[in-house]
Design a protein around this ligand. Structure first.
Ligand code: TYM
Length: 331
């Protein structure tokens, strides 16, 4: 079973990325044969960015992933821009992708309406490059958070259409793997919105590399509700803030939401839930932060990990591209 996933080198990684995706990558290392993880620098240029910072952000992300538990001996970790097969397959797949489908993608709609100066064609084509990332490896499984569901559906459609046009079995139709709890971590200040690097509030976003004090402060100020008397229970529709805090605590403790609720019987108010969340999240994130500081300091070592990963990735993608080129009539 081949596992593939990608993560953007933009900004600091937040709790949504960590719980929805990064933890799944770590789990996948022992199931994946191989597990392939890609830092998608080519995707990062679809919105305004600073060229001088791109490499730095890639190294930040690589160090975060390694600190979270990725082990280059058990997975393939690389930078997308180092493996030309992604760009090439992306162009080839445009021949079986409908502009209408791209236009309808929610992320395109949200991100393009946020652009003031230029809505780049790259932003529209983002999901095609994402499909190429996965299809270039004939990956079976794609661990992602809930917000990527639509992109996964599109890549499945593109693979099916490609196979129907150029030959059955040429590309693998992948399956998304979306966790049951933590697939959509919500903003602490606006718990009906997902936690995000671009759209969320600074106060409502916990970063993987936040100091324990910052984590506590953000949780203390987290928005709950004014139910009177207060009740600590899961109800995403009417109690989104409380539900988010329960789920975060459950994931960080490695237990179920029911157990978290049971452990808070006799609580004096939502403050106790926030305290429990702060304790559990700090215990989960502090070791990651400590390892990060060490790993990030050694840039040559990070570059060496990425270079080795790119070599392995190329060896896996090249034969797929050769099949695709031949089937499409290229020499
Ligand atoms: P990115 O970098 O924006 O997000 C990385 C992963 O984090 C998940 N995520 C969340 N999960 C739960 N709650 C949240 N609030 C939350 N916010 C983000 C995302 O679902 C994602 O899994 N398009 C991808 C990158 C990509 C990719 C790929 C993924 C490029 N090529 C190929 C899979 C396969 C993205 O937006 O990543």
């Amino acid at each position: 079973m081949r596992i593939f996933s990608g993560i953007q080198p933009t900004g600091a990684k937040h709790l949504g990325n960590y719980i929805g995706a990064i933890r799944q990558y770590v789990d996948g290392q022992d199931r994946g044969d191989p597990a392939i993880y890609c830092i998608v620098d080519l995707h990062a240029i679809t919105v305004p960015y600073e060229p001088a910072q791109l490499r730095e952000r890639v190294l930040d992300t690589a160090a975060t992933l390694l600190a979270a538990g990725l082990d280059p001996a058990r997975c393939v970790l690389f930078r997308q821009g180092d493996v030309r097969e992604h760009s090439e397959l992306s162009w080839l797949l445009t021949s079986v992708t409908a502009v209408g489908e791209l236009n309808r993608m929610h992320q395109f709609r949200d991100k393009s309406s946020a652009q003031r100066e230029l809505v780049s064609a790259g932003l529209l084509f983002y999901p095609v490059l994402m499909a190429a990332d996965v299809l270039a490896y004939r990956a079976h499984e794609v661990p992602v958070g809930e917000d990527q569901r639509e992109h996964i559906e599109l890549m499945r459609e593109v693979a099916r259409r490609f196979n129907a046009r150029f030959g059955e079995g040429l590309l693998e139709v992948p399956e998304g793997r979306i966790p049951t709890v933590g697939a959509r971590v919500m903003d602490l200040q606006e718990p009906t919105r997902k936690m995000s690097t671009t759209g969320g509030s600074a106060e409502g976003t916990i970063y993987v590399l936040d100091e324990p004090k910052a984590i506590e402060k953000k949780l203390k100020r987290a928005v709950t509700d004014s139910e009177d008397p207060f009740t600590i229970r899961r109800d995403p529709a009417t109690k989104p803030g409380v539900t988010n805090l329960i789920d975060l605590t459950a994931v960080a403790r490695g237990t179920s939401a029911e157990e978290v609720v049971a452990s808070l019987e006799g609580a004096r108010g939502y403050g106790d839930l926030k305290l429990a969340a702060a304790e559990a999240l700090t215990a989960m994130l502090v070791p990651v932060r400590e390892r990060y500081v060490e790993l990030r300091a050694d840039e040559p070592a990070l570059e060496a990990v990425l270079a080795e990963g790119a070599e392995k990735a190329r060896a896996l993608a090249a034969p797929v591209l050769a099949d695709v080129r031949a089937a499409m009539g290229f020499s």
